[in-house]
Design a protein. Structure first.
Length: 199
């Protein structure tokens, strides 16, 4: 139990640093040794629980249009898994575009960007407890785009003058991928609506 609390404490501290001191924090993150497993299961998978659990409560106990617990649980599980997959895909996109913007390809650094830039939307996911506030969670997630803009030149070695273009292209490609995934999710009976854009 104590070890789990230590891990959660470290994740909470890192999330706080990313949100409040992003420039300094990304310089630290750049030099940290990490594997994709560390990033996904040691940080992302834990934070992604916040919007998943909040949406279960919001959909089944708080919202005006309530779903059964089974339906809300199944939707939350699918969204949780797709969030992990979507952020991993975002890392691949960031890496694939690096050379087009005079950056240096590096899969781990790109995944670090995708994972840590998802922090605002995942933390703000607590607002899904009250469905009427879900739009605020999405707005908070826009801060992730700013983090992306800050992180790209630090992590991928992209010249600062090209960082904005790099960021915009990553966002556009990510939205396209998210819309495709949302379309596929809508084909799953009982899930359809409520999919959140990834990252």
């Amino acid at each position: 139990m104590g070890k789990s609390m230590d891990i959660i404490g470290k994740i909470a501290q890192r999330a706080k640093e990313v949100l409040l001191k992003p420039g300094e924090t990304f310089k630290v993150i750049k030099d940290e040794a990490a594997t994709s497993r560390d990033l996904i299961f040691g940080y992302l998978a834990v934070l992604a629980v916040i919007p998943a659990v909040a949406s279960i409560i919001g959909m089944s106990a708080v919202g005006t249009f309530r779903l059964s617990l089974v339906s809300s649980l199944s939707r939350a599980v699918i969204q949780y898994v797709l969030t992990l997959i979507g952020i991993y895909i975002l890392g691949l996109i960031i890496n694939a575009l690096a050379s087009s913007f005079s950056g240096v390809k590096n899969e781990i650094q790109a995944l670090k960007i995708a994972v840590y830039c998802a922090t605002p939307s995942l933390v703000a996911g607590i607002l899904y407890i009250v469905p009427a506030l879900s739009v605020l969670a999405m707005i908070a997630g826009l801060y992730g785009f700013y983090l992306l803009y800050l992180a790209i030149p630090i992590m991928m070695g992209c010249p600062e003058e090209k960082a904005l273009g790099y960021t915009v292209v990553v966002i556009i490609v990510n939205i396209v991928v998210s819309v495709i995934i949302a379309g596929l999710v809508s084909l799953v009976p009982g899930v359809g609506f409520g999919f959140r854009f990834l990252g």
